[in-house]
Design a binder for this molecule. Structure first.
Ligand code: FAD
Length: 313
């Protein structure tokens, strides 16, 4: 029987929605128990949120001053120690999880299963390869603990009507001092978070400049969407790197994705594989984005977006 430890991702005292998605993947293993581990200097608020996730057996908290900021080098030894007795350790395949899980796997002396999109059995999983062009089946050794990252876009968030008990855990392990927190730089925005937004409007090289990107922001605000971008738009300096969608950016699964002035390169499409309705606006009717778009509008984005906005009333 399996017992799974899911590592909670959180920031500023709030649980990240990626955690509930990782719990869904854990539930697919049909384990005996799913525990969530919250590492923080003050874990109470996050633990209370985690306790509500459906399917969680209990929430374990490790309160240490060193956990005030999520440094993988500092968290990994604690996770490895807390993992004793579990058959699986799951983390979301976000920047946080991708940073942390390999260190945990290395400390436990096992290989990591990355980017799980389906669970076939307790030790057999599938994951995308070649920018999502192929799906590979991966079998982890049954004799070893499984450390895996979960592709959050492929899993729905577990519900939030649970009431799991919360227990404090003392993890007696020496922490490294070679890595220290200096500063967190993050863009401040009132728009929805790109990773979890239900609607996303993305702009590409076709938008033409940083100033022109205002048309994307304006339209996104009009429909309450997050803003994304292609790598070409990021590389050209139109928008910050954190807005990049795709293979080397964010993998997202919004209900509505609007690709504006984006050609539809495979590396971009891999980031929106699980999106609901895809709308493409491009002046080139032959652009590959139209092959996957549910709704395609061929024309100049600077004409179409204002028209759409006007039609919204
Ligand atoms: P382009 O391909 O230049 O397309 C611009 C489009 O805008 C064109 O189709 C054009 O017809 C249209 N257009 C121009 N003007 C207008 C207008 N006025 N109105 C309407 N349409 C207009 N890319 C990503 O996006 N995300 C990634 O994570 C990513 N990772 C990569 C990883 C690797 C290893 C590599 C090699 C590449 C990666 N890329 C990634 C880059 C990718 O291959 C493409 O170069 C990039 O996605 C192209 O961006 P784009 O569609 O904005 O630009």
């Amino acid at each position: 029987m399996s017992n799974i430890l899911v590592i909670a991702e959180h920031l500023d005292g709030k649980l990240n929605g990626a955690t509930a998605r990782a719990v869904s993947a854990a539930a697919a293993v049909k384990p005996e128990s799913i525990d969530v581990l919250v590492l923080s200097d003050a874990p109470d608020a996050v633990a209370a949120e985690a306790a509500k996730i459906d399917g969680v057996s209990k929430v374990l908290t490790v309160a240490r001053a060193e956990n005030a900021h999520p440094l993988a080098a500092v968290l990994a030894p604690q996770v490895a120690k807390a993992a004793a007795g579990y058959t699986h350790v799951f983390a979301p395949s976000t920047t946080f999880g991708k940073d942390l899980a390999p260190r945990v796997a290395a400390l436990l002396g096992v290989g990591q299963v990355s980017d799980v999109i389906t669970v076939e059995s307790s030790h057999v999983f599938t994951r995308p390869i070649y920018a999502g062009n192929a799906i590979i089946t991966v079998e982890a050794p049954a004799s070893q603990m499984v450390v895996a990252t979960i592709r959050t876009a492929s899993w729905p968030a577990a519900g939030s009507s649970g009431s799991a008990p919360i227990e404090a855990l003392a993890v007696d392990v020496a922490l490294p001092s070679h890595t220290r927190f200096v500063e967190l730089k993050q863009g401040k925005s009132d728009r929805p978070d790109l990773q979890g937004a239900a609607k996303v409007v993305s702009g590409g090289r076709g938008v033409g400049s940083k100033e022109n990107f205002d048309i994307i922001y304006k339209f996104a605000d009009r429909i309450g969407a997050a803003v994304g971008a292609s790598r070409a738009a990021v590389d050209a300096g139109y928008v910050p790197n954190e807005l990049q969608v795709g293979q080397t950016g964010k993998i997202i699964a919004p209900e509505l994705y609007m690709a504006v002035g984006i050609s539809g390169a495979i590396q971009h499409l891999t980031g929106i594989k699980d999106a609901g309705t895809i709308v493409a606006i491009n002046k080139d009717g032959e652009a590959p984005i139209f092959e996957i778009a549910d709704i395609g509008l061929v024309g100049d984005l600077f004409k179409i977006l204002p028209e759409l906005e006007a039609a919204l009333g």
